[in-house]
Design a protein around this ligand. Structure first.
Ligand SMILES: C[S@@+](CC[C@H](N)C(=O)[O-])C[C@H]1O[C@@H](n2cnc3c(N)ncnc32)[C@H](O)[C@@H]1O
Length: 183
């Protein structure tokens, strides 16, 4: 049996109503989707989803799952760190979800992908994760205190949190940001 996607993050799940309200603006992008736990969550909620990752085998499994459930998920392979940028036109997404992935130079491009009124939901590890001895330890992928709202200063922040999050058997130091693209 292939490993199923983990449950979606409670931080993302809590944004369900806000995400649903973005449907008229365009599909949702799950950036660096991995096994696609948030792509599946959003599509099961009724949203169209583009799920992007550089790992073709994960995308294949996600596409199979989407087919089996008849979910509107387009699985797309691309390198989000490519100098060519992300393979989408500007302002084409109603929402962008990013979890457990950080590539700081991408922040302006992520803002640019959002349609006016569109929503960013971002959650990833902070530098305090190193205290726990599991998960990433490279500073390049760990947020400094208060960094997410600074990275997305062009968006209107709706919620910003940081703390030790317990979910299932895991404890992680995470920061989360929900922010809206204004006119
Ligand atoms: C820790 S996983 C998180 C997956 C998912 N967002 C989640 O929270 O379950 C990080 C994911 O980022 C993807 N990734 C890392 N660097 C990438 C890049 N340059 N372009 C696209 N995907 C990338 C990996 O393949 C992996 O699936």
């Amino acid at each position: 049996m292939p490993r199923q996607a983990d449950p979606p993050s409670p931080f993302v799940v809590a944004q369900r109503e806000r995400l649903l309200a973005t449907a008229p603006l365009g599909p949702v992008l799950d950036l660096a989707c991995g096994r696609g736990r948030h792509a599946l969550f959003a599509a099961r909620a009724g949203l169209r989803v583009v799920a992007l990752d550089r790992d073709a085998s994960l995308l294949r499994k996600l596409a199979e799952q989407a087919r089996a459930e008849a979910l509107p998920i387009r699985a797309m392979r691309a390198d989000a760190e490519s100098a060519l940028g992300l393979p989408f036109p500007p302002a084409c997404f109603g929402a962008v979800l990013v979890t457990r992935f950080l590539y700081r130079p991408l922040a302006p491009a992520i803002e640019g992908l959002l349609a006016t009124g569109g929503l960013l939901v971002y959650e990833t590890f902070t530098e305090r994760q190193r205290e726990l001895g599991h998960g990433p330890s490279n500073p390049a992928v760990l947020l400094e205190t208060g960094e997410l709202p600074r990275l997305f200063a062009g968006l209107q922040p709706l919620a910003s949190v940081e703390g030790l999050v317990e979910a299932g058997s895991r404890r992680d130091w995470l920061a989360g940001l929900v922010a809206r693209k204004q006119a």
